[in-house]
Every structure is written in C-alpha cells, then in structure tokens.
Design a protein around this ligand. Structure first.
Ligand SMILES: [Zn+2]
Length: 136
C-alpha cells in the first residue's frame, strides 16, 4: 500500500460516514463541510463552531448527467450529479444512485447513503463516501 494512503482514508471516515458538518453558535448557520469560523460572524464565531450531524435529507436544486466519467469512475457513467440543498441549509454536490437518469427531477427528495466511491486497484484501497438516493 502506498505511503500515506491509510491515514488519509481514515481521517476522512468520520465526516464521510456521518455527514458531520458544524454549526455557528452565534447565528446557528450550519456548514458542510465544517468550517473553522463562520463567514458571517467571523471573529465572534471563533471557538463557537460546534460539530453538527446532518440528517442527510435534502432535495435536488439542479443536476447534470455525467456521460464521460474519469478513469476512476469508469463503468458508472452515465450518472446524475446533483447540487443538493440539505434540509439544514448547506448545499453539496453528490452523485445520485439507484435512480434512472430520466427520473431525476429538480425538487426531488433525497436521502444520503454511503457507497463505494472508487476502487483504487493500485494502492488496494476502497474509498467510501456519501451519495444520495431518492427518498419516498
Ligand atoms: Zn455565524
């Protein structure tokens, strides 16, 4: 296994598996990924950013269909890539899974799920991360 592959992988797990963002205790704004300080409260938010677990619920703001994936995502294209408005406020970009590309719609309700992102044959590591699927 390549030097550095494991620490990077493990460091990313808590955030990826739990959709942990953070929240400014001054204005209650939620961020994902977490930020060191709130861009609105700035200095007042220093030391007042608290971890915040997102529900993983959101909806499609806009999306695009990826027809030609990079080498690492080969075999997965075509797939929908969406900008998702999370219930708690942050917007994130993620792949939508378990859904026909014709069925993806703006405003579609989604729920996060954890899936294999890529299988890196070279270092033998399998990366997992969040994706979204339709919520009924
Ligand atoms: Zn704030």
């Amino acid at each position: 296994m390549a030097e550095g592959a494991v620490p990077r992988f493990w460091r990313e797990i808590p955030q990826r598996y739990n959709l942990i963002g953070n929240k400014c205790n001054e204005c209650e704004k939620v961020f994902f990924p977490p930020r060191e300080s709130c861009p609105e409260c700035r200095r007042k938010s220093m030391g007042k950013m608290k971890d915040f677990k997102l529900s993983g619920e959101g909806e499609v703001l806009t999306y695009t269909i990826i027809y030609e994936a990079s080498e690492k995502f080969e075999g997965q294209a075509p797939y929908p890539l969406a900008i998702i408005q999370l219930k708690e406020g942050p917007k994130i970009t993620a792949q939508i899974v378990d859904c026909d590309i014709e069925d993806v719609k703006i405003g579609m309700k989604l729920k996060s799920t954890f899936r294999k992102i890529q299988d890196d044959g070279y270092v033998g590591a399998i990366y997992y991360g969040y994706k979204f699927k339709k919520r009924n």
